[in-house]
Design a binder for this molecule. Structure first.
Ligand code: ADP
Ligand code: G6P
Length: 468
């Protein structure tokens, strides 16, 4: 088994982090995928340093070895808050209205990618596989090649790839994609994002793309494929039966006093459709006065990327909206929306999922969405809850037995809530079983193995030690 050098902006091992474990799907998936696999996980520590030194902090946590560097405030501002989260994130989630372009962001992005390349290159041994993750590090492969790294290098994008007509609004779009064509393998969450990428490569760059996803560029062959990410299946099926999960389940159940409960669990991000979700729930309350007082929505939304203005704005908007809906509908002993801005331990989360009759997973656009899968895995198979899932989440392509909705339509989501609350036990069980099968068949270890095997099988450049 080759050693794996995993590189991502965010490095955290949620199981070791207790209550602070709310770092998003990438960290959750990578820490699960890296347990049982020899290797190093390299990235930013999340900390600031006055002057960049490249000093590596090596640690071992829950069977995963991490190596991290600190970044300067200007790096964090231009690369992380700037190009990654004010340019690429909104654009790749189809939010051209929120996308900001600024030359200093481009410079910061290049500079930090170069710093990553400088720091990680010395860790790479001849037989290692290098696996780069997400939109923060798209040009890293080309920078490693410039430093003479000839190992196989793969990249996996955890978020959508936008349609060509949107993507071309990015200044220097062709340069960015050309830099990606130094990887041996580029992975996407779904066929939809893969198709958008290959469409761009064919139409805008005029490159041939074979039916198996092989792209020819400057004498090299790059493979582009979809590898839908999964969850740690047992963490949630077994975790939901643990003592801690049961305690969380019972605590929540007793607090809703026999009412039906809907749950939402999302980073506080505009891509998650939280405002539309609150509006849909408000509409449900108005349209169903007979059911309204017997229902509670628990929305857990830990703050994210708090130095970016669009995130401050969405936080403000949601507080207002929740207040408004609660003001219009609440009674002395009942508040319809419980809005909570903190992280929970994963076993507690499993207990909350199991206590909920419905999960509302309604992003406006999402690369995959792990919460949808976690919710299904945590259910009691004898009396399972119903997953209401946005058709615009990557997960909707696999989880076709969920109640699929258009999250922009408050009527449609409100109707889906009503239908799900009335859904007979037999139908709930049938849907749940089908969803569970698909989640079990493609878990996070299958994802890692499929990607690594494809990368390993693909040798377009000879390893450095084999060179004359
Ligand atoms: P994203 O990666 O965009 O945040 P995902 O749904 O793919 O979206 O992944 C989110 C991950 O973060 C899930 O594993 C979820 O359990 C975790 N998470 C989200 N909110 C919390 C929270 N409040 N406490 C703990 N974990 C959380
Ligand atoms: C998404 C991205 C990840 C990111 C996570 C949390 O899952 O795909 O790359 O790590 O959100 O965001 P943050 O900015 O806190 O790392």
């Amino acid at each position: 088994m080759s050693r794996l050098i995993v590189v991502s902006n965010r490095v955290s091992v949620p199981k070791a982090m207790g209550a602070a474990g709310a770092q998003g799907g990438l960290a959750v998936a990578l820490s699960a995928a890296l347990r049982e696999h020899r290797g190093i996980w390299f990235g930013w520590s999340g900390k600031e340093t006055e002057t960049f030194t490249g000093h590596l902090d090596m640690q071992r946590n829950c069977d995963v070895t991490t190596a991290t560097i600190d970044l300067e405030p200007q790096d964090i501002d231009e690369y992380y808050n700037g190009y990654a989260n004010r340019t690429l994130w909104p654009l790749f989630h189809y939010r051209i209205d929120l996308t900001e372009y600024d030359r200093s962001f481009d410079e910061g992005y290049e500079r930090v990618n170069a710093r990553f390349a400088d720091s990680v290159a010395p860790l790479i041994e001849p037989e290692d596989l290098v696996w780069v993750h997400d939109y923060h590090l798209l040009p890293l492969g080309s920078m490693l090649r410039e430093k003479g790294v000839t190992n196989r290098i793969g990249m996996f994008l955890h978020i959508p790839w936008p349609p060509t007509r949107l993507f071309v609004s990015l200044p220097n779009h062709e340069q960015l994609v050309a830099s990606m064509l130094h990887y041996d393998l580029i992975g996407f969450q779904t066929e939809e994002w893969l198709d958008s990428f290959t469409h761009y490569v064919k139409k805008e760059m005029g490159l041939p793309v074979a039916d198996d996803g092989t792209i020819e560029y400057q004498g090299r062959q790059i493979l582009a494929r979809a590898f839908p990410i999964g969850i740690d299946y047992e963490e949630f099926t077994e975790g939901a039966r643990s003592a801690e999960a049961r305690e969380a389940h019972d605590r929540l159940k007793s607090s809703v006093r026999g009412r039906k409960m809907l749950i939402g669990v999302d980073r506080l991000d505009y891509s998650k459709g939280l405002g539309e979700r609150f509006d849909s729930f408000g509409r449900f309350l108005t349209d169903n006065p007979d059911m309204a007082k017997d229902v509670v929505l628990l929305q857990i939304a830990p703050p994210s990327r708090e130095n970016v203005a669009s995130y401050q704005q969405i936080r403000h908007d949601l507080e207002r909206k929740a207040g408004h809906i609660n003001g219009a509908h609440a009674d002395v002993a009942w508040v319809p929306i419980r809005y909570v801005n903190r992280g929970y331990r994963r076993t507690e989360l499993a207990g909350f999922y199991r206590a909920a009759d419905i999960a509302l997973v309604t992003p406006l656009r999402d690369g995959m969405n792990l919460v949808a899968k976690e919710y299904v895995a945590a259910q009691d198979p004898e009396d399972p809850g119903v997953l209401i899932l946005s058709q615009f989440a990557g997960a909707a392509l696999q989880l076709t037995d969920a109640v699929l909705v258009n999250p922009h339509s408050t009527e449609e989501v409100s109707d889906a809530i009503e239908r799900s609350l009335r859904m007979p036990l037999e139908e709930r069980r049938r849907r749940h079983q089908a969803l569970l099968n698909s989640i079990r068949e493609e878990d996070v270890v299958d994802w890692r193995e499929a990607f690594v095997a494809t990368l390993q099988g693909k040798r377009t450049t000879e390893p450095s030690h084999a060179e004359p």
